[in-house]
Design a protein around this ligand. Structure first.
Ligand SMILES: [Zn+2]
Length: 359
């Protein structure tokens, strides 16, 4: 398989925006470690913030071939027998952790976006590692960040909490049932989805049964098909199946074919699956997703895979434009010209048109 890794994506001719619908940020590990390091001693001059940031940036370059190999291997894992794949799910998940020390902060994200020519990114909170408050603050400082909150278990009145987060700038809700270990009958999830319906914001679901017990309390709750009752019950809510169900994208596409309120993101999927998604459900409900910064170089590779599908003729230029940004802007009800994408507009426009159904 050939990866169009070094191609600059698309959309540059039409100047349409490129939006990554699935990224993360984490607090700077250097800032957390630095105060613990003695200020005196022979190593002190080499352990400044500048030096450590230089090392982090350099390490990204050295590890580019490793990241490329891991991305290629990930695509082939789905074809392995289940026992072998389950073992590799554990290893693969853990192998992505060190990368977070060298690339994961808001400024790293902006740098990666510049390199991949991505204009905006839907950045998803992951409490407690990346709290909703941290994310909303980062989005205030970086208007390219479109915040997606994840209201954690134990939150008092979760639906109300979501409404407060939206009033503070959140544009979408993430539900990570495999991480939480909760199922579709969870009353907490139901109150969150009802609040999302009231607010007219999309709901991103982690999908993909990844057998990693370190990261997921119950990997089973990554199976996309288990969420079908929600798609029917909350027909006005637009759901996004993150990672297109990872190892089993055809199940995600079956669901998207059956339910018109189901969208998929392209993270961890090769060009041919992006093409298959367009063939089966059309390009309007396929969204660029990269899951940056996990593994590394995700943003560059994620956009390149859409370009690869275009180059191979399995999607056309119009499809590519929609996948790379137009669909995301429509789903988030962001005006293409609204560079800042102020989330407060969403709350005020919702108040004006409280009966409007989301696009
Ligand atoms: Zn993710």
């Amino acid at each position: 398989m050939v990866f169009a890794q070094d191609r600059v994506p698309v959309n540059s001719e039409t100047m349409a925006q490129i939006v990554d619908f699935h990224a993360h940020i984490f607090p700077n590990p250097v800032e957390r470690v630095l105060p613990l390091i003695p200020k005196k001693g022979p190593l002190a001059p080499y352990l400044s913030q500048e030096m450590l940031d230089f090392v982090r940036r350099s390490a990204r370059q050295w590890l580019t071939p490793v990241a490329d190999s891991m991305h290629k291997a990930q695509v082939f894992m789905r074809h392995l027998p289940e026992t072998a794949r389950n073992a590799l799910d554990q290893v693969g998940g853990l192998a992505s952790v060190p990368r977070l020390f060298i690339e994961s902060t808001p400024s790293d994200l902006i740098e990666a976006m510049d390199l991949a020519r991505v204009d905006r990114a839907v950045v998803i909170a992951h409490p407690p590692i990346c709290s909703n408050e941290y994310l909303l603050e980062a989005a205030q400082e970086n208007p390219q960040i479109i915040p997606c909150v994840n209201v954690p278990p134990g939150t008092y009145h979760p639906g109300q909490a979501l409404k407060k987060y939206v009033a503070s700038g959140a544009r979408a809700l993430k539900i990570h049932a495999a991480y939480d270990g909760e199922g579709v009958d969870s009353t907490r999830y139901h109150s969150l989805i009802q609040a999302a319906a009231d607010l007219g914001i999309p709901v991103i679901l982690h999908t993909g049964c990844i057998q990693n017990r370190v990261f997921y309390k119950n990997p089973k709750w990554g199976k996309a098909e288990l969420f079908a009752p929600w798609f029917e019950q909350y027909s006005s809510v637009q759901f996004v199946l993150a990672h297109m169900n990872f190892h089993a994208p055809m199940i995600a596409l079956d669901l998207a074919q059956k339910f018109e309120n189901v969208h998929v993101d392209t993270s961890w999927q090769p060009a041919e699956i992006i093409g298959e998604a367009v063939r089966r459900i059309g390009s309007e409900r396929v969204l660029l997703g990269t899951d940056w910064p996990l593994v590394g170089d995700n943003m560059r590779l994620g956009t390149a895979r859409v370009q690869e599908a275009l180059d191979a003729g399995i999607i056309n230029a119009e499809d590519s434009e929609k996948i790379l940004g137009l669909n995301a802007l429509r789903l988030l009800r962001l005006d293409e010209a609204d560079a800042a994408g102020s989330a407060r507009d969403l709350v005020s426009s919702k108040e004006d048109t409280s009966n409007a159904t989301p696009a």
